[in-house]
Design a binder for this molecule. Sequence first.
Ligand code: FES
Ligand code: FES
Length: 132
Amino acid sequence: MYSEKVMEHFSNPRNVGELEDANAVGQVGNPKCGDIMKIYMKIEDDVIQDIKFKTFGCGAAIATSSMATELVKGKTIEEALKLTNSAVAEALDGLPPAKLHCSVLAEEGIKSALADYYRRQGIDPEPIIGCP
Ligand code: FES
Ligand code: FES
């Protein structure tokens, strides 16, 4: 049912935890299943220097959080905003259809943290990100 990559990221998730000096924090919940994902970022010069996550959710949500944080780490805000849920699922060699919403949670978590970053700079994130 799950790809080896999903199992590997679930068993050995990257970037787990919190960042004390985060300057961007996002939290999203999945109304479908009640799972919660929290994303912490340290952004400097428009680059995501560090990122950590805490996910209270299913195995696929943990694997997608892990993969999404890996995909945006070291990237610019602009690049990170282009991360789609399907890119996260593809990087994991696919997800079962019933678990695709878990990758949506990961995309929204990244966007929610970036929206928080903009708000802290006094910038309205809505025109840039949409509605995270
Ligand atoms: Fe809800 Fe995975 S089952 S995020
Ligand atoms: Fe919030 Fe669309 S994701 S209203």
